[in-house]
Design a protein around this ligand. Structure first.
Ligand SMILES: Nc1ncnc2c1ncn2[C@@H]1O[C@H](COP(=O)(O)OP(=O)(O)O)[C@@H](O)[C@H]1O
Ligand SMILES: [Mg+2]
Length: 378
């Protein structure tokens, strides 16, 4: 017996059969069972009644003059792809059944109709229709939420971008004027003023790094990845020279594997990854007597895993995931200066390449950052 949930409105069924007597009795039976039924002997007329999301079930005869059952189901599904259709065939042959399913029917019934067989088939078809509707609604909700999320992300990115951008000008003014003041003070003023001035200058420098980091982060969401073959060993050595020239090496010894495999990556962005990881490695090992920084790879893993390892201060591995979030720092500013954006930039670049990154460490035991760049380098 068909049970109709009170929460759902009665299902709407469109019955099409060219034999008026069959049509009438079928409609009567379904109406008695609480369905809302409309019957037509002409397929063209039935088609005219079809609108998206108006009917739940189309119950139609296979052989009819003019538009037959197959054609009717096909056209009905164009109007409402979620509609459940059940075909009524003159005699049940495998061929008829296959044809009905091909046209898009969810089931078929054989004439003469026997209610004990027909009702479970109709119930099942209505359940399929209900599930299709729920699925379509869920998909629509997910789509809307995704659109909203995308929009919110884009807004946030452009907000971060314009704020960071607008902060540059006043910062440059502070930098310029404090430099002028410093030049004057050296000739005329006391130690204390000079100390304050140098604090201003170093804060300005830090804020400058922060702004550049934020600008880079906000740009990363938008710029396309431009992959080419990159020689990682050459890039690693080049970065060593850069770190030494910029006095960011903190006296570290470098060990760059001379035979790192070539990778397919965006060279500018990958360089940023290595600069951030290697400068961190130098910074956080600056307090050990013989700081060592290594750039290598694991040949056994697929995709290849690259790593930047140091023998520095390390950190508690339980907090290894936190450090890839913006502004998360595990060491006090007084010990190791920084703004806390380097690793979030690294993580975002790696993600844009389809790769992953994670950190391994324990306090006093150095740190190792392992990353992949998807499977493109194989
Ligand atoms: N090689 C490393 N050794 C120990 N700790 C590290 C290392 N690299 C990163 N960290 C930890 O992760 C935090 C975030 O790093 P990062 O985003 O580069 O910011 P910053 O270098 O400005 O502090 C650092 O403050 C530090 O606590
Ligand atoms: Mg850093």
């Amino acid at each position: 017996m068909l049970e109709i949930e009170t929460a759902r409105p009665p299902p709407r069924v469109l019955v099409v059969d060219d034999e008026p007597a069959v049509l009438r009795s079928l409609c009567d039976v379904l109406e008695v069972r609480g369905l809302q039924v409309e019957g037509r002997t002409d397929a063209g007329e039935a088609l005219a009644l079809l609108r998206p999301q108006t009917w739940d079930l189309l119950l139609c005869d296979l052989s009819m003059p003019g538009i037959d059952g197959m054609e009717l189901v096909r056209r009905a599904l164009v109007i409402d792809p979620d509609l459940a259709c059940v075909m009524i065939t003159g005699h049940a042959s495998v061929d008829n059944a296959v044809q009905a399913m091909r046209a898009g029917a969810v089931d078929y019934l054989e004439k003469p109709l026997r209610l004990s067989i027909a009702m479970p088939v109709i119930e099942r078809a209505l359940e399929i229709r209900h599930l299709r509707r729920v699925k379509a609604e869920l998909e629509a909700t997910v789509r809307t939420q995704m659109d909203e999320l995308r929009q919110a992300n884009a807004d946030l990115n452009s907000f971060a971008h314009s704020v960071s951008h607008d902060l540059r000008a006043p910062l440059q003014a502070i930098d310029g004027f404090s430099r002028l003041l410093e030049a004057r003070e050296t000739t005329q003023s006391d130690e204390r003023s000079l100390h304050f001035l140098s604090r201003i200058r170093s804060s300005v420098k830090q804020m400058g790094e922060l702004i550049e980091g934020l600008l880079l982060l906000s740009r990363l969401g938008r710029t396309a990845i431009d992959r080419h073959a990159v020689d990682l060993s050459a890039m690693g050595n080049d970065i060593v020279s850069f770190l030494r020239e910029a006095s960011l090496d903190h006296g570290a010894t470098f060990d760059i594997d001379p035979e790192l495999p070539a990778v397919q990556a965006d060279a500018t962005l990958l360089r940023q990854v290595l600069v951030n990881l290697m400068s961190n490695a130098c910074k956080f090992s600056s307090k050990v007597t013989q700081p060592r920084v290594q750039l290598g790879w694991d040949s056994a893993t697929s995709p290849h895993t690259f790593f930047v390892r140091d023998n520095g201060t390390g950190f508690d591995s339980a907090r290894a995931n936190e450090i890839f979030e913006p502004f998360q720092r595990l060491h006090p500013q007084s010990e190791f200066a920084g703004v806390g954006l380097g690793l979030s930039i690294v993580a975002r670049i790696i993600a844009r390449h389809g790769g992953t990154i994670h950190a391994e460490s324990s306090p006093g035991q150095g740190a190792c950052f392992r990353f992949t760049l998807s499977g493109a380098h194989e």
